[in-house]
Design a protein around this ligand. Sequence first.
Ligand code: DX5
Ligand code: ZN
Length: 213
Amino acid sequence: MIAPSILSADFANLERDVRMLNASDAAWIHVDIMDGVFVPNLSFGLPVTEAIKRHAEKPLDVHLMIVQPERYLEDFKKAGADVLTVHYEASTHLHRSLQQIRALGMKAGVALNPHTPVDLLADVLGDLDLVCLMSVNPGFGGQAFIPQTFKKVERLRRMIDDAGTPTLIEIDGGVGLQNAADLKKAGANVLVAGNAVFKANDPVATIRQLNEA
Ligand code: DX5
Ligand code: ZN
């Protein structure tokens, strides 16, 4: 599945860009929320997420790069999130947050920074619908893919297969046609792509190629 990241869209033409994604092979629309504290950048928040939702015909995959994400779970449900991902590093009571996300009727995701080992998820795999492996340090689009991610995907794939859970593996950061096929081979299910899609001459064709890679 391909989840283009709206962070790389033209914010003055969000409706146009969301319609383009509606008409593409994208599975989800990835929505990056940054608070300037957990990550060194600000993106946008609830009103913009709501505006995207008004035009989106695909599920919103909301990635919270914020401290104390538990304060906003219900707000993002109301704003239209279908998948809601919190950061491991920002969650003191991760298990509680995951349960709340599911109780609100969303798929529950956890994101890991590049330095956070996948092994730390062993005791919450059953409470997770998705693990987002950050393949860049979160905060900005257009960064270089960190190759160590491949080992993490393979290790997480083994953990999930051993546990027998249907948890999806998502890769976020520096993903493009140059690594999509290898990431799928390593066991990834969802590929987030920002710049690779929105800076391409033909975003719809690029999404199709990523899908078929
Ligand atoms: C980075 C964000 C990513 C970003 C990916 O902090 O979480 O979702 O939009 O952008 P690219 O694909 O350009 O690296
Ligand atoms: Zn993201």
